[in-house]
Write a protein that binds this ligand. Sequence first.
Ligand code: ZN
Length: 494
Amino acid sequence: MAYLTEKCLCRTTGTSGPRWTSAGPAHGGDRMDSLVIEGCAVATVDGTAGGVITAAGTGAEYGPGHLVLQGGLIAAVGPGPAPVVENARVVDGGGCLATPGLVGTHHHLFQGLTRGCAQDSGLMRWLTALYPLWAGLDAERHGAAARAGLATLALSGCTTTADHHYLFPRGGDDLLAAGIGAARQIGLRLHACRGSLDVGASAGGLPPDSVTEDRDEILAATERAIEAFHEDGPAAMVRVAVAPCAPFTVSEQLMRESADLARCRGVRLHTHLAETRDEHDFCRERFGRTPVEYMESLGWLGGDVWMAHCVHVDRAGITRLGRTGTGVAHCPTSNARLGTGVAPVPELIAARAPVGLGTDGAAANDNGGLAGEMRQSLLAARARQGATALSARQALAAATMGGARCLGREDEIGSLEVGKQADVALWRVDELGQAADDPVWALVCGPPARLELLTVAGRPVVEAGQLRTADPVTLARDLRAAARALLVARGSRP
Ligand SMILES: [Zn+2]
């Protein structure tokens, strides 16, 4: 946090910005003891019991309202002015909307190195083009991509993200540790999903053998990662999940043994599922089952599982996902970019399946911001099913409590409720693109709103639109250099 301590957190701006006043420990520190935000609209998203999204909306909203953050937790939230809090910093939230920090449920941070590649390819051709490049991944390059990706997420209101890392070149560096180090630097909560590939080209799979691993090695490395990094408590900054890549790149045995390992260690399970029609057909031909039926046969449905995409899921599959509480990481921009289709989100919500939002990797998203996925999810659902398919409040709920439920953290994060983690996004909704009566609509459907403040465990990560934990210019320079080095090393650039 060296960068944070170099900057003064106390400042006074004009009437359009937040006014920091302090009588407490004034500068730096990893966590402010007391922070009061008042004068802002507040969307608590406290009406999604257990993270189940309903048609009713996001719960209590106040305009204006207040928040009190103390000791890393939410100490108070409600309408009108805040109670008097001794020695607190006070933020004037006039012109702003406070929401829970957004929760990302699916990303591949390493893919920031290959943004803009295979621009007009569907998933299989896209993977075929990119795997040979990704085979040149090392800790330095991954660290650069992860820091840049996490910074982009923070600047779009994200306070917790999952990173599905399935690319481990044989004999290479500890890439999971590199990603976790990046999250600690940027200051976001990370669910490090230890991925894997064990069906390479020599066995008829897509990835080159050099990025596949032996099954026993995978399980041992995953167990070591759980031992080394997984935190159990409600304030956890790092959790580890077991995350084989997809049914068409992972053997049936590895899928089963991954589930056994996760349940033995009490951690969650994640994978891709039903992203394309090709995958649906593959599962029918290879296993005689739909993708959801196949996963059910492996013991992979349940409240401790969330899966990315689920675009090609039939009515029976939707019912199974809902009945078992299996979560879905909806990645609408990636699905559009790769032309895979539109996930049946309204039906999944109606079936009471947990639905969260994700960007997917930057190589399939090219933007990397999480807030924009709220708009994209609303538009995609409405393009498919009409204007009542998904409301702005449901999109916000998916981006917050829905994501928290996918990650098993609905009691810890995802809503603004007393006793939860002080993960708060304070958005400006009084600028050119947000001039609407309804601040939630303005946030979800308007252009990307600027963040006045983003806190993780009460600690400012973004303030006045600026990242406080790292220098974005340096991050971008490092990412460009790493991407260039990767392309040159893999013979894709001179
Ligand atoms: Zn993905």
